[in-house]
Write a protein that binds this ligand. Structure first.
Ligand SMILES: Cc1cc2nc3c(=O)[nH]c(=O)nc-3n(C[C@H](O)[C@H](O)[C@H](O)COP(=O)(O)OP(=O)(O)OC[C@H]3O[C@@H](n4cnc5c(N)ncnc54)[C@H](O)[C@@H]3O)c2cc1C
Length: 508
């Protein structure tokens, strides 16, 4: 018998994957019985599904080139292992590349050099209650990600020359000292991810785009030993053999069927993302991995996500279509979440030249130039602004009177805003927004090293997960980067141990 006959495919079909639904095609997971049980089903095959035939072999195959996947590639590549990163998109970088770029990090050497001395533990003490209130499933692992984030940043700066904004530029104006931004501020993940990708390529990492992982390949002993990939453009099959597979395929915010199944409350909300189809979660489930926490709704953002973050860097006032203030402006998700929860439809972010000339001037210029139909202003009076926003002037003026009182008292009793409690000065501008989905919670259960766990808590041999595909992800750039780095280190360690045992058994 040919050796390849020992290999078995477990995954999602290409056709179904594109639609976001999944089925298990191995026996034993029994979601759908396609043949009468009395017959010998081994005679049947999935149409046009060739037998396993490996075209390449690597030590580590990483599926997904977002921040988690690239960060997972670092340690194995630095240790000299062969690493391949594949992505179904034509471009590398995933949702991470198009994100706002706000990274929650404290205690990095980069920040210390800028005179910011908050340690990771101090920042964690301030943050942990917030995460516990959000229902983070594994608070100890969350802490590990949080305290690993500064090491992750420093490694990226020192080894891969990623470029960050000088935090003094926004901290001196009243911005948070516990976040980092890419070199040119909001929306510039290019300065961050391109050097990382180039640095990894220089270390020998192979990148392939336009390849979608559709099935795990299992050896005769049941261990995962590779993946089947389909070329998105022509469905050509490639089977890649790997000692370890790292699944870093992101969340499921773009999958209408999965949102329908797990977060039906958001199924009528549009999706900002298009690549987050939950394929990694389904693939992991197909090999017995346990999924958890996917029914916990993720936060929402605005149709133009960068503008949701402007209130973290300059004064802004958010009002609904009736001219009423309804959410804190210094939280990227507050307006979108409240707008959706109360069915307000749209909201307006009102700003002035303090934002236009702030540390995020580049983002404001880019976004307002691109989305001119969402912008009104400059307006010299609140009457003019209200008219341009099609709302009663009296309502808007009342909201501003209330807001100005909040500024004078220095405390936002209604919504809890703490940043940039400053009055706006005419001329005014306003930017219109509506809520969209962009990230999800929950995913594949993993242990402290990122190994995929089954329902009884045992590792599924050969498979690791990191980033938003994992149930323990905190769904942020820095935490997912730290998650990827930890998984990469765990994989490099186990490969080194195996090589060590190979050497000692060969010499015995
Ligand atoms: C608009 C937006 C703004 C955001 N802003 C911020 C922010 O400011 N700060 C912050 O902390 N977080 C932010 N986030 C969230 C953050 O981007 C995510 O937490 C993070 O990018 C997830 O990283 P990841 O590597 O897990 O997944 P991703 O970056 O989504 O990467 C997953 C990759 O896997 C690929 N893939 C999926 N399935 C397959 C398959 N079957 N085969 C091959 N490849 C596959 C995808 O194409 C994708 O490239 C934002 C997200 C969005 C969408």
């Amino acid at each position: 018998m040919e050796r390849r006959a020992f290999f078995k495919l477990i995954g999602i079909s290409a056709a179904v994957a594109a639609g976001g639904t999944a089925y298990a095609c191995s026996s034993g997971h029994g979601m759908l019985s396609l043949v009468p049980t009395a017959e010998d089903s081994s005679a049947y095959r999935i149409a046009n599904d060739p037998q396993v035939s490996f075209s390449s072999e690597v030590d580590v195959l990483i599926v997904g080139s977002g921040i988690a996947g690239l960060s997972a590639a670092m340690a194995p590549a630095e240790a000299g292992h062969s690493v391949m990163v594949v992505d179904k998109l034509d471009l590398l970088g995933g949702e991470s590349f198009s994100s706002n770029g706000i990274m929650r990090v404290s205690g990095s050497a980069f920040q210390k050099a800028a005179g910011i001395d908050t340690t990771a533990i101090e920042a964690w003490d301030a943050r942990k209650q917030e995460l516990a209130d959000e229902g983070v499933p594994d608070i100890e692992f969350a802490k590990r990600l949080f305290v690993t984030a500064p090491d992750w940043i420093d490694h990226l700066v020192d080894t891969y020359q990623v470029e960050l904004a000088d935090p003094r530029a926004y901290v001196k104006g009243g911005g948070l000292s516990t976040v980092l931004l890419p070199k040119n501020g909001l929306g510039d993940m290019e300065s961050f991810m391109v050097p990382l990708r180039n640095g990894l390529a220089n270390k020998g990492v192979a990148f392939s785009t336009g390849l979608q992982a559709v099935a795990f390949i299992q050896d005769g002993g049941g261990a995962i030993c590779g993946m089947r990939l389909l070329a998105v453009k022509n469905q050509a099959v490639s089977d890649i053999r790997a000692k370890r597979v790292v699944v870093a395929t992101g969340g499921f915010a773009s999958s209408q069927p999965l949102i329908h199944a797990y977060v039906p409350n958001q199924e009528q909300v549009a999706s900002y993302t298009f690549a987050s189809m939950g394929e990694g979660q389904m693939l992991c489930s197909g090999v017995g991995g346990k999924l958890a926490g996917m029914d916990k709704a993720g936060p929402l953002t605005g149709r133009v996500p960068q503008s949701c973050a402007w209130g973290m860097f300059a004064p802004a006032v958010i009002v609904d279509l009736a001219g009423k203030r309804f959410a804190r402006e210094d939280d990227v998700n507050a307006a979108a979440d409240a707008c959706h929860a109360d069915d307000r439809g749209h909201w307006w972010t009102i700003f002035d030249k303090q934002l236009i000339e702030s540390s995020q001037s580049r983002s404001v210029a880019q976004v307002t130039a691109k989305y001119v139909k969402r912008l009104v202003g400059p307006c010299d009076t609140l009457d003019d602004l209200a008219k341009a926003m099609f709302m009663p002037a009296e309502a808007l003026k009342a909201a501003f009177e209330e807001y100005d009182k909040t500024v004078e008292s220095g405390k936002d009793e209604a919504f809890g805003r703490t940043l940039f409690l400053q009055k706006l000065i005419a001329p005014y501008y306003a930017f219109r927004q509506s809520p969209v989905r962009y990230k999800t919670r929950g995913g594949a259960n993993t242990d402290g090293e990122g190994r995929l766990l089954n329902a009884t808590g045992s590792p599924v041999s050969g498979v690791y997960c990191c980033g938003s595909v994992g149930a323990s992800s905190l769904e942020g750039l820095a935490s997912n980067g730290a998650f990827g780095m930890l998984v990469g280190q765990a994989v490099a360690k186990v490969l080194a141990e195996e090589e060590g045992s190979d050497v000692s058994s060969a010499s015995a």
